[in-house]
Design a protein. Sequence first.
Lengths: 127, 189
Amino acid sequence: MNQDQGAFSPLEQAIQAAASFVRPSSDLRPRVIEAAKKRCGQKRAIRNAASLLVFVCLLAAFTAPLAMQLADHLKQTQAASSEEIQIQATQYAAQAGIGSNWGLSEAFTRERESQSHRFLRSFTTAR
Amino acid sequence: MAQLDSFSERVRQAADRIAESREAALSGLFDLTAMRLVRYSTTITRNQHDAEDALQIALVRVASNPQCLIHAERPWPYLLKMVRNESLVILRKKKRWTLLGNLSDLLTQTRVDDSQNENTHLEVWRALRTLPTEQSEVVVLKIWEEMTFAQIAELLEISPATAASRYRYALEKLESKIRASASSSEVYR
């Protein structure tokens, strides 16, 4: 009998000769490669989705305070509506006894001044 | 031993190529190992279709994580162990009823110059299939994979003495089975 280093007996030789008697089926190779491609594709897709999710979370974390600040800034620097200007123009005209055109001009001038103050204030608070 | 190491090195190189070129390089590892893995797994599952399923699962696992082979101390025994584990899982799941002498699931090939030995090969495979799995896999690893009892013991997580005794019992059984089936004709000399 063969031990670790010994020569094979006739029985062991017969067994050894039968080693290559059985072969894998012809469709096994493409089947294995196809399954591996599918598995690796799924793994890559999961990895990509996870990366995208992390990116979106990071983007949201960084941009959310900025967006909130921008919204505040826009709110502060928002111009008066035409209706408000019209009301102010009528009030100025009535108070100063001037025509409605001059009242409108005065309303616009004051609105521009107020807007520039609000802008400066929001800019300095943002910094 | 040196042969096993050199084959292990070739398995490691194939795994390296998979790591570099992804699953496209799996065909190299398949061509290198499929025949040996299928015949080993067939002795465990006693069915070639199940053996091929086990091989597919193991190789797909290698394709998705080639590092397991690259970093293994001995990649070839490691791959054999992976296939063995998958074979045992399939065996437990299916609990297939097989006729021990039935070899209809086997896909065989015989070289033209070896055709006179076809019956001998069939008898060997039939006899191997009648052995308990723990004995037949020791025979396969010892004779077909040319492993030492120490290496077999490490792979199967048994002692070298147990591996050697399983081998001895297996050969005794095989001898009597083959002799009995070949009483009318000379199967091996």
